[in-house]
Design a binder for this molecule. Structure first.
Ligand code: ADP
Length: 410
């Protein structure tokens, strides 16, 4: 039986879906997280604590573990573990993304530099230091622009500014996020810097892909029908298939493939965010991981394979029966956090579930949880899933289900 090492940060949303996929495939799973699990002493063959902030040390530990319990593949489930996974795969001699390519995909500045050098269309960007007076920076950047951290994800700390005063306020707000102790520790040097980019107008899409020996296979292209104009960029609805014309979709795929090549990514899942306007495609970012949150539940391949099964099969070199997404349209709404406060009650879940086409209402925030909206927040309120014959019907179902939900926030 093949054995797989899953790198599961304690705060990931991806645990359940990856474990279900492993169970479905009948593979043995070793779970590594960044903190020692309370059960680790009883189940040393299945649970491992690795320092995800120190890839070299984690690779040594994993290699030592693998001498006693051979590992056939290493799978990072989200952003925090892609670099560590590459380091461990290298130590085990398995096909993988290079550590440098995985690290480049985690560093928004390095990513921009590599993409720009390779001729991939990216917004004009400037690296800035928090040690410089933001008023001075405000006087030399162009507007509208976007201020963003170098290393966070899920739009955390990403803020649009339209003029100098707004810019200074945005930088102060980002600086406060970067000073939060666990953020500062994770970022190290990068937590003292930020990026300023030209704001790219246009429609936004997300591309889910799989790299096979350097070739990009597009698994799904998602439209994001809610406008993302800022000042904060809260993700809401993702719907696939895209309603964009086929030639535009092909250009978006080509830009993503170019981005993967420019960073040197070659194997495994990629998730890219792109914009499209009269000048063509723009790569906002590409990550060496699959789609975040619970959003992968929108995707099914061939006769019902999940995205996670597909990823595990690829990692293990097992046959992949089909990379073709099902024919029906599907979508997810990441439930927007209406305001800051404590979640007291969620009403209307049955009514939301009763909307035709709606498959699942997953409220992931727990009662009593402190809800923090963007740009500071890092957790989702929950997810709505729908399937129907057309993207329009999926969108309508998600909006109706959302209308029926009532979040009581104190
Ligand atoms: P994260 O990794 O946190 O998701 P991104 O750089 O992808 O950070 O930015 C998050 C969102 O902010 C994007 O999906 C997009 O909607 C918006 N955004 C980021 N940069 C730009 C830009 N230069 N122009 C327009 N929108 C942007």
């Amino acid at each position: 039986m093949p054995r797989i090492l899953l790198l599961l940060p304690t705060r990931t949303y991806r645990t359940e879906d990856f474990l279900a996929a492993a169970l479905g495939l009948g593979v043995e799973v070793v779970v590594a997280s960044e903190r020692a699990n309370a059960l680790a002493a009883e189940r040393p063959d299945e649970l491992l604590a690795l320092d995800f902030l120190d890839p070299a040390a984690a690779a040594r530990e994993a290699a030592a573990f693998a001498r006693a319990h051979p590992l056939d593949a290493v799978v990072p489930v989200d952003d925090d573990t892609t670099v560590v996974a590459a380091a461990i795969s290298a130590a085990l001699g398995q096909p993988h993304n290079s550590v440098a390519s995985a690290a480049a995909a985690r560093d928004k500045h390095l990513m921009r530099a590599l993409l720009a050098r390779a001729g991939v269309p990216v917004p004009h960007y400037t690296l800035c230091s928090l040690d410089e007076d933001p008023g001075a920076v405000a006087a030399r950047v162009g507007y509208p622009c976007v201020v963003k951290p170098l290393f966070l994800s899920a739009s955390r700390g990403v803020i649009r500014a339209d003029e100098p005063d707004g810019f200074v306020a945005a930088v102060r707000r980002l600086a406060a996020i970067l000073e939060i102790p666990d953020v500062a520790e994770r970022g190290g040097e990068a937590a003292r810097q930020y990026l300023v980019e030209a704001f790219v107008p246009g429609e936004e899409v997300a591309l889910e892909g799989l790299l096979l020996k350097g070739e990009l296979q597009v698994l799904a292209l998602f439209d994001k029908p809610d406008p993302l104009e800022g000042p904060f960029f809260e993700e809401t609805i993702y719907i696939t298939p895209s309603r964009l014309p086929a030639d535009v979709q092909a250009e978006l795929a080509a830009a993503t493939a170019g981005a993967a090549r420019a960073l040197g990514l070659r194997e495994g899942p990629v998730h890219a965010e792109l914009r499209w306007n009269q000048d063509g495609p723009w790569v906002i970012e590409i990550a060496a991981r699959s789609i975040g949150g619970l959003c992968s539940r929108t995707l099914r391949f061939g006769t019902g394979l999940s995205l996670e099964e597909l990823i595990l099969r690829h990692a293990l070199g097992m046959e992949i029966p089909s990379l073709e997404r099902e024919r029906r349209a599907a979508g997810v709404m990441m439930l927007p956090i209406p305001r800051r406060g404590t979640l007291r009650e969620v009403r209307g879940q049955d009514a939301a579930k009763a909307v035709p086409g709606v498959e699942e209402v997953a409220v992931t925030a727990h009662l009593g949880q402190e809800l923090i909206p963007l740009p500071e927040g890092a957790a989702y309120l929950g997810f709505l899933f729908a399937r129907a014959e057309t993207p329009e019907a999926v969108e309508a179902a998600l909006r109706e289900a959302h209308r029926r939900l009532d979040f009581v926030i104190a």
